[in-house]
Design a protein around this ligand. Structure first.
Ligand SMILES: Nc1ncnc2c1ncn2[C@@H]1O[C@H](COP(=O)(O)OP(=O)(O)OP(=O)(O)O)[C@@H](O)[C@H]1O
Length: 347
């Protein structure tokens, strides 16, 4: 284990920002701290970096107790959302900065900066000033600078948060490829579930100062530990008392079909390649079903049609704990007896 966080607590006045958090972050992997705004992700990252002191608990980095160490003794590289570059220094000098203060030889520095600029695809921009770079290029420079001193751990706090959606997506793919090349243990903070699912090997879901679940993207998406994780990781709809993903529901038409929950189509919306079908069940529950465009065409269903909703076999579900949204028991029973796969399971 590369970073072991044990029973860390942090308060700001009366406010509990982190409540007895324990997480093991594996070496050489890309780990996302994911959760809603204000949940405590940045605070945890800053505690790993040594920029913030935990009130209780312990932080170990590569077997060394780092709890009381200042940031410069932890051998961590850090990149923030708004990266503070030295404005008057060229990109090369910015990247070289950490090496210069470590008094490396000029030749060494030149070689290493060349390597780093190539790694982040900024070879041709070495002589520019930071202000002459785009936002995405500046964040790549920040990463090169953080990597220059060969940190044990790279910590990224919403590194692409300030960039537009398209550049964000490009940099996300690029970060994944970069990590596959350099394999430095990396922890990055994001509130964007798609970003975490796409990039991370491992995701730690943090909410209201507590860890909700730790696992691979597949684990979290397919086997959410609770309703919060299920809702946070992707779209959900409710059928009976179960929360399910809208794309895990199937629709059928045809008078002879008696399986599944009966209802009527209220809305059909196309969003790019997918189609969202709103159905109101005979018991009055509004359910959303997501189909591919071709599935919708094959089904040929329109607003007003009678349909039956079924859960695709092996689909993940979570029992809703929100009383206001719970369906009448009769519906659950009816659905279960109508052969609703694992809908009767409770977790
Ligand atoms: N220095 C501080 N003084 C007082 N409160 C703070 C301080 N730093 C953070 N907090 C509070 O602690 C909580 C957790 O903040 P943190 O920045 O860790 O959340 P986050 O999950 O990273 O959220 P975001 O995605 O919005 O950055 C927030 O409610 C925040 O207001």
């Amino acid at each position: 284990m590369s970073i072991e966080i044990s029973n860390v607590g942090k308060r700001f006045g009366d406010f509990v920002a982190l409540d007895d958090v324990s997480v093991n972050i594996p070496s050489g992997r890309l780990t996302a701290l994911l959760g809603p705004s204000g949940g405590g992700k940045s605070t945890l990252l800053r505690i790993i970096a040594g920029l913030e002191r935990a009130d209780t608990g312990r932080v170990e980095i590569e077997g060394v107790d780092a709890t009381g160490l200042p940031p410069q003794k932890r051998n961590v590289g850090f990149v923030f959302q708004h990266y503070a570059a030295f404005k008057h220094l060229s990109v090369r000098r910015n990247v070289a900065f950490g090496l210069e203060i470590r008094k490396r030889s000029k030749d060494d520095i030149r070689r290493r900066v060349d390597e780093l600029l190539a790694l982040v695809h900024l070879e041709q921009f070495g002589d520019r000033l930071p202000a002459q770079l785009s936002g995405g290029q500046r964040q790549r420079m920040a990463l090169a600078r953080a990597l220059a001193v060969e940190p044990t751990v790279l910590l990224l706090d919403e590194p692409f948060g300030a960039l537009d959606a398209k550049v964000r997506k490009e940099l996300r793919d690029w970060l994944r490829r970069l990590h596959d090349e350099v394999h430095v243990t990396t922890v990055f903070v994001t509130h964007d579930q798609e970003e975490a699912l796409e990039v991370a090997d491992e995701i730690v879901v943090i909410n209201e100062g507590r860890v909700e679940q730790i696992g691979s993207p597949d684990d979290l998406y397919d086997r959410p530990a609770n309703e919060f994780v299920m809702r946070f990781l992707g779209p959900v709809t409710q059928l009976g008392d179960q929360l399910v993903r809208p794309h895990d529901l199937q629709l059928s038409t045809g008078a002879g079909d008696r399986a599944g929950v009966p209802g009527r189509v209220t809305r059909v919306t196309r969003v790019g390649f997918e189609s969202r079908v709103g159905v109101i069940t005979d018991d009055g529950q509004a359910v959303t079903v997501t189909l591919t465009r071709n599935e919708l065409l094959a089904l040929g269903t329109e607003v007003g049609d009678e349909v039956r909703i079924r859960l695709a076999p092996e689909s993940p579900t979570t029992t809703s704990t929100t009383p206001a949204q719970s369906a009448p028991v009769s519906l659950t029973k009816k659905f279960a007896s109508a052969g609703g796969a694992n809908l009767t399971q409770t977790s």
